[in-house]
Design a protein around this ligand. Sequence first.
Ligand code: ADP
Ligand code: MG
Ligand code: ZN
Length: 474
Amino acid sequence: MFEVVIGLEVHVQLNTKTKLFCSCPTSFNHKQNTNTCPTCLALPGALPVLNKEVLHKSVMLGTAIDATINQTSYFDRKSYFYPDSPSAYQITQLYTPVVEHGKLKIDFEDGTHKTIRINRAHIEADAGKNIHDGDISKVDLNRAGTPLLEIVSEPDMSNGEEVVLYLKKLHSIIRYLDIGDANMQEGSFRVDVNVSIRPKGDKKLYTRVEIKNINSFKFIQKAIELEVARQVEAWEDGVYEQEICQETRLFDQIKQETRSMRGKEEAADYRYFPEPDLLKAVITDEMLEKFSIIPELPDEKMARFVKDYGMNDYSASVVTSAVEMAHFFETMMQEGISAKNALTWLTTELQGRLKGEINITNSPVDAKKLGHLVKRIEDGTISGKAAKEVLDYLMEKEEDIDSVIETLGLKQVSDTGAIEAICDAVISANPEKVEQYQGGKEKLFGFFVGQVMKESKGSANPQTVNELLKAKLG
Ligand code: ADP
Ligand code: MG
Ligand code: ZN
């Protein structure tokens, strides 16, 4: 029997305004090779200058994962040649990274937890992009020199489920801190998965294989499954030593396999040495104090929602997992509505109507509006059914809630006089039923309510109808 050992390296693109060592903008949807300068093109004589915003965002992350912040950290040069890196080296932090020894708690569905240790988070510069176009390959250096934070876990995970929980938690924290947009498809949250196996109980670490190029949680789980199967099979066939070597493998989502991309270089191959063009990165006490102020994180927010709104853990975790959702919910709550209704109208009614490019950040019905709509149900102005009509209408047209209620004629009649007249009419039209009801057939109450609602064409406030009928029928 085997156990699986997994450690992750996550490259997070930081959403700073300018690049790591120059003042070029970090937006890359501009025309190719226009966001460049002598520094990020690595022209001779140009010198890098550290962007302080990068230190700020690194400290925020370090604070969120309970890590040690090194107030003095250093940059190192990692040599390798690749066409998208004009300097033929990458500036990174090998020996003393800015953030070390952190941890992240992951939560299982059954309510148990596990702590994954984080070895380090270091700052490094991203490369440009190679674009392959038929027989031609082009290089776009707009991305070259963009700041990355590489977050390296200890090999503490033992299956795909833990990996996905870890990644989702980390992703959520980055979004809460707003230090990066962490978009997996667009490459601003890139994951390398290191996998090895060992006989159960063995404490030694065996040969790890690094899998790159996986851009969805589903594929990460699949890649782990396939890689573990390959290693176990090699072990059982007695060819583990020959077949499993430390290398980088690529996950092919079409062929559903991992295959060798290149032999994994040892640190020595990169000929690391201290970066001579940069000063050490210093975070003064004053900077540290300022940079370590961070917003409420998903776990804290979840605990607060449970406590303040009486939600169960599950609902609280659903609504706090994404920062946009949590903010949306809290804005709705400012309308003074019940948490239960807010949750249903957000997660079922609104989200059920969001399609394609429309999500809660650009929804035509914003949090304030949806909260207002729920308020109108709670104060008896409209029924829940009518509110769904209002919502459908507002998904198409920009209009004020109260005027839509007017336009569509959905206002409930709570005017006792009008409802009372209908109740009387229904009672006198059904003398037999009244007799049966008064004789003990209580189920008939629903019949009377139904009749009154029908006569009022659904506009009567059901609560008022109930009260009046109770009083009249005795
Ligand atoms: P490199 O940059 O060479 O990939 P790092 O030290 O940055 O090396 O990252 C190594 C990653 O691999 C870490 O996430 C670590 O937890 C993980 N790892 C190390 N040894 C093993 C192993 N035997 N099995 C699985 N993961 C491992
Ligand atoms: Mg690596
Ligand atoms: Zn530049």
